[in-house]
Structures are given as structure tokens and as C-alpha cells.
Design a protein around this ligand. Structure first.
Ligand SMILES: [Ca+2]
Ligand SMILES: [Ca+2]
Length: 247
């Protein structure tokens, strides 16, 4: 074999190997993911306390509403570092599912301060009502001291963006964002929310779902698939037309 042929063979295998690596890295089934939604009303139908997770009622989910402050012990233990991480009530509170003003206490942090949430158990899901979004808002997910994944506002916008903007917040982004593990390798038990730039990071109604494997809440079999729905409509339509024929 000539040297040039050998070189080409090697190049081809490098290309093939790279393609496999690339496929693995972009395969959504193997990626920590997020989805944005409008969220929903509170447990008793409240619409003036921000948006709540659509998974609030799923078994294994715990929700913190900050109305009595941030818990410093128990299932989700909050450490507010620096003077600018706190709970309060003002016009910057994340809005409700239909854009309603939030009159309740919420959690905020600014550059130089941090919110660290330590969980007693491993999670496969974290949901957060995120409001008045600014450039430097950052979410970091850890398992022990190992960073599993991080998102900032720019990445969220690049990968789908916000559900709504709010006139209460100079038309800044608001929404309910759901972060979740797609495999057992992406479970987490510590979350850090922080702000890198000049704005604030405002949030409310954090929901945590425990799990020892991937989060299944968004699986297609949990809701009727569009094709299945179309099929059902088709069958129903057949029945109607048959009845018409019979009549
Ligand atoms: Ca609240
Ligand atoms: Ca903000």
C-alpha cells in the first residue's frame, strides 16, 4: 500500500470517528434538557403568586414558594450568600401563567451574591418561575462538586427563548422553565443560581422532582401523540359519517 493510500485510510477513520463523536454530543436523548412553558396557577388556583410548575402535583415533586422566606434546612436547603440575595415582594416578581402580577414574596439575587440550593436527594427535574430575565442570569447544576450542566440567558434564548414578556418588567422575558435529566448520568443534588452582570435574577415557585434515572414527565406516552389524536378524530369522523348514512 502506498503511503498516500494509508494516509487517506487514516483520514477516513478520523472523519468517521469524529462523526460518531458529533452524533453522540448532539443526540438529544443523551443531553440534559430544558423546556419553557407558561406554567399554571397555584395549588388553590392562585393567579397572583406567579406561575407554578405543571408537574407540581406529580408524585415526588416538592415546591418552594418563598412566601415565608427561603428554607435553610429540610429537603431543599437554601444558602443565600452576600447581602443581595434575599426574598422580598415588589414589582419585579415573576408573573403568573397568563401574565398576572405576582403580589407574593419571591427570591432575588444580584452580582456578588449567590443562591445555593442543596438537596437531600438526587433530582432529575428542577422547575423555576423565572421573571424579568437579564443577560447574566445563570443556572448551574451539580452532582456533589461536579458540574453536570450550566445555562445562561443567552443559551436559553438561543435554544428556544421565553414563553412571554411582561409589561411589569419593561418587556423582559418571563416564563416557567423546566430543566431535566435525560439519563441517570445527569442527576443532580445541588443548584446554584447567580447573576454575572448588572441586572437581577428574579424567581419564584421552585419545583424539585426526586429520581434515580431520567425524568419521564415529558415522554410522549404520557400524553396523546398528535398522530394518535388525528387517528382518533379520523375514527370518530367515520362513525359520524356512517351514522349519517344510516339515517
Ligand atoms: Ca411566592
Ligand atoms: Ca432580572
Amino acid at each position: 500500500m502506498q503511503l498516500s493510500s494509508l494516509f487517506n485510510l487514516r483520514s477516513a477513520s478520523v472523519v468517521a470517528f469524529s462523526a460518531v463523536t458529533l452524533l453522540a454530543s448532539v443526540n438529544p436523548a443523551q443531553a440534559f434538557s430544558f423546556k419553557m412553558s407558561s406554567g399554571m396557577a397555584g395549588p388553590n388556583g392562585e393567579t397572583n403568586q406567579g406561575a407554578y410548575s405543571e408537574f407540581s402535583n406529580l408524585a415526588g415533586t416538592t415546591t418552594v414558594d418563598f412566601n415565608d422566606g427561603a428554607p435553610s434546612d429540610g429537603f431543599a436547603s437554601y444558602s443565600l450568600t452576600g447581602s443581595r440575595a434575599k426574598t422580598l415582594s415588589d414589582k419585579w416578581a415573576p408573573v403568573g401563567a397568563n401574565g398576572e402580577k405576582n403580589d407574593s414574596n419571591y427570591l432575588t439575587t444580584f452580582k456578588g451574591s449567590n443562591v445555593v440550593i442543596d438537596l437531600q436527594e438526587s433530582l432529575n427535574y428542577f422547575g423555576i418561575n423565572w421573571g424579568a430575565a437579564d443577560d447574566g442570569n445563570t443556572f448551574s447544576f451539580f452532582k456533589g462538586d461536579t458540574l453536570v450542566e450550566a445555562y445562561d440567558t443567552a443559551r436559553i434564548i438561543a435554544e428556544g427563548g421565553f414563553d412571554q414578556t411582561s409589561s411589569y418588567h419593561n418587556n423582559e422575558g418571563n416564563g416557567y422553565v423546566h430543566f431535566y435529566a435525560d439519563s441517570a448520568a445527569e442527576l443532580f443534588d445541588r443548584i446554584v443560581i447567580s447573576e454575572a452582570n448588572g441586572g437581577g435574577f428574579e424567581s419564584d415557585n421552585h419545583s424539585f422532582h426526586v429520581g434515580d434515572d431520567r425524568f419521564e414527565g415529558f415522554d410522549p406516552e404520557k400524553v396523546p401523540e398528535p398522530a394518535m389524536m388525528l387517528g382518533l378524530v379520523g375514527v370518530a369522523g367515520m362513525f359520524i359519517s356512517k351514522r349519517k348514512q344510516a339515517a
